[in-house]
Design a protein around this ligand. Structure first.
Ligand code: PLP
Length: 458
C-alpha cells in the first residue's frame, strides 16, 4: 500500500462512499495535492509538458471552461456557442498555418490531442482511398511520433519507417521515394519531431508527394503554434505548413504551444473532401440517425471555450512574445551544452533540443541532473537527453542554473563513465528505467508499469 499515491495522508476509496463527503474537504484535499505537485515544474527545470506554466493564465482558462464545462457539444441546438468557438478555432489555426492561399476548401477538425489528430489523419487517408486500395500504407520518418504507428495499428494502415540522417536527424528522401508503391496513401513529415526538435524537409516531401500523387501529413502537434511565430521573428526555419505545395493535412496542438488546457488539438485539411471522408454515419440505427465528426461522442463545451479564450486572449503578439522568449532561452541552453566538448547536439533544432555524449553514456549526466531537480526526457539509439523549452524555462535564473548544473553533471559523468547509469528512456516519464533489456523484457516492464497505474489499491 505504501506505493499507492497519498495513501498515508488521505483515505483510499475502494468503494463509493455511502454518504457524500463535503465539498470543502474535497476541494481542500485537491488544493493540497496540487500544491505538492506543481513545484515539480514551477522551478523551470522540467522539459516540455507545462507549456504556459502561468497560474494566472490557467485561472483565466478555468473560468472560461467553467461556463461551458457541463455542456455537451453534441447538442448544438442548445449551445450555438460551441459552433462559434469550434469554427473560429479552426479558422484561426488554418490562417496561422498558411491555408489562406489554397485553392481548395480548407477545413479542420478539433480532436482531443495530438495522437487523436494524427489518428484522424491516418483514417482520412485510408478512407479517401478505400474504393481503390485494400492494404494502404504510409511512410513516416523514424523520428515521427508513435501516434502514427498506433493509428496504423488501430486502422489497419501499414507504417513504413524511413530512416533519418544521423547528422541532420531529417528523413532520408531517397528511401521515401524508393518505398512508395501503388498502396501508399500518404507521406509524413514532422515540424518538428518530438525527439530532436528537427524539421523534416517539407518542401521536398511536398514535391515528392505531388509527383507520386500521394498525400502529405505534416505533424505540427508540437511546432504548429510556435514555429509560425519563430519564422515571423526571423529564425532560420524552412517552410513547413499548408502553404507548401503538396501538404494535404497538418496537425497542431492547441494544448501544447497553443497554451490552452489539456484536451484539444486541431487537424487541418487542405481540402474539406478529405476531412469529410472520415466522418462516421449510421443512418439506420434505432436510436436515431447517427453521425459524428470524430472518434468522440459527447464532448465538453468547456474545452472549446477555454481553447478559444487562450487563442483570442493571447493574440498574435502574445504568441510572438512567448515564442521569442522560448527561442532565445533554447539558444542559451544549447550554448551551455555546446560549451562542453563531451556533448553533441543532434541536428539543427529550434525550440527543443537533444544531446548525446559520444564518449560516455549520457544517462550519467541525467543521473546527476536529477539530483538537482531537473526532469529531462531520456531517448535511445543513441542514448540522448531531450529538453523541450517551454515558458517555465524563460524565468529569470533558470538558464544560469542549467549551465552550472550541466557543468557539474558532465564532471560527474566523466568520473562515472565506467559504471552503469541509472537513467533510461521512458517516453513521458522521468528518464529512469531499464536500459539494455530485450524488447520482450521491456514490453513486460512497460505493461507492468501501465498495470500499476490502473490498478485497484489493496
Ligand atoms: C511531435 C508530436 N506529435 C504528436 C504528439 C502526440 O501528442 P499527444 O500527446 O497530445 O497525443 C506529440 C506529443 O508530445 C509530439 O511531440
Amino acid at each position: 500500500m505504501a506505493s499507492f499515491p497519498y495513501a498515508d495522508d488521505y483515505p483510499v476509496h475502494r468503494t463509493l462512499p455511502e454518504r457524500g463527503e463535503s465539498r470543502a474537504e474535497i476541494l481542500a484535499m485537491m488544493a493540497d495535492l496540487a500544491s505538492r505537485e506543481d513545484p515539480t515544474w514551477e522551478t523551470g527545470q522540467c522539459s516540455g509538458t507545462m507549456y504556459c506554466g502561468d497560474h494566472e493564465h490557467y485561472d483565466f482558462l478555468n473560468q472560461a471552461f467553467s461556463h461551458f464545462s457541463h455542456v455537451n457539444t453534441l447538442q448544438r441546438d442548445m449551445c450555438p456557442s460551441a459552433t462559434k468557438f469550434e469554427a473560429e478555432i479552426i479558422a484561426m489555426t488554418l490562417d496561422l498555418l498558411g491555408a489562406g492561399g489554397l485553392t481548395g476548401t480548407p477545413a479542420g477538425l478539433i480532436t482531443s490531442g495530438g495522437s487523436a489528430s494524427i489518428a484522424h489523419a491516418v483514417l482520412a487517408y485510408r478512407e479517401q482511398n478505400a474504393g481503390s486500395i485494400d492494404r494502404p500504407n504510409m511512410i513516416k520518418p523514424e523520428t515521427a511520433h508513435p501516434a502514427f504507428d498506433k493509428a496504423g495499428h488501430l486502422f489497419g494502415v501499414e507504417m513504413r519507417i524511413a530512416p533519418v540522417d544521423p547528422q541532420s536527424a531529417q528523413v532520408d528522401l531517397s528511401w521515401v521515394r524508393d518505398h512508395v508503391d501503388a498502396n501508399t496513401v500518404a507521406l509524413i513529415g514532422s515540424a518538428c519531431n518530438y525527439g530532436y526538435g528537427t524539421i523534416d524537409p517539407i518542401t521536398e516531401l511536398g514535391e515528392l508527394a505531388l509527383e507520386l500523387e500521394v498525400g502529405l501529413h505534416v505533424d505540427g502537434c508540437l511546432g504548429g503554434f510556435i514555429l509560425p511565430f519563430g519564422r515571423e521573428l526571423g529564425y532560420d526555419i524552412a517552410p513547413f505548413d499548408l502553404s507548401v505545395p503538396g501538404v494535404t493535412t497538418m496537425s497542431a496542438d492547441t494544448h501544447k504551444y497553443g497554451y490552452a488546457l489539456k484536451g484539444t488539438s486541431v487537424l487541418c485539411f487542405a481540402d474539406r473532401a478529405l476531412r469529410n471522408s472520415q466522418y462516421f454515419y449510421l443512418p439506420d440505427w434505432s436510436g436515431g440517425k447517427y453521425c459524428s465528426p470524430g472518434m468522440d461522442g459527447s464532448r465538453s463545451g468547456g474545452l472549446l471555450a477555454a481553447t478559444w479564450a487562450a487563442m483570442v486572449q493571447l493574440g498574435r503578439s502574445g504568441y510572438r512574445d512567448y515564442a521569442h522568449q522560448i527561442f532565445e532561452t533554447a539558444a542559451a541552453m544549447r550554448e551551455a551544452v555546446r560549451s562542453h566538448d563531451e556533448l553533441r547536439i543532434i541536428g539543427s533544432p529550434s525550440f527543443l533540443f537533444s544531446f548525446t555524449a559520444p564518449d560516455f553514456d549520457v544517462y550519467h549526466v541525467n543521473d546527476f541532473l536529477r539530483t538537482r531537480g531537473w526532469r529531462l526526457n531520456g531517448q535511445q539509439y543513441p542514448n540522448a537527453l531531450h529538453m523541450a523549452v517551454t515558458r517555465p524555462q524563460t524565468r529569470p535564473g533558470v538558464v544560469e542554473r542549467w549551465a552550472t548544473d550541466l557543468a557539474d553533471a558532465v564532471d560527474y559523468a566523466v568520473a562515472h563513465a565506467g559504471d552503469a547509469a541509472q537513467s533510461g528512456a521512458i517516453y513521458g516519464g522521468v528518464a529512469g528505467g531499464p536500459t539494455a533489456e530485450t524488447d520482450d523484457l521491456i514490453k513486460f516492464f512497460m505493461a507492468d508499469m501501465m498495470d500499476q497505474q490502473q490498478s485497484i489499491p489493496d
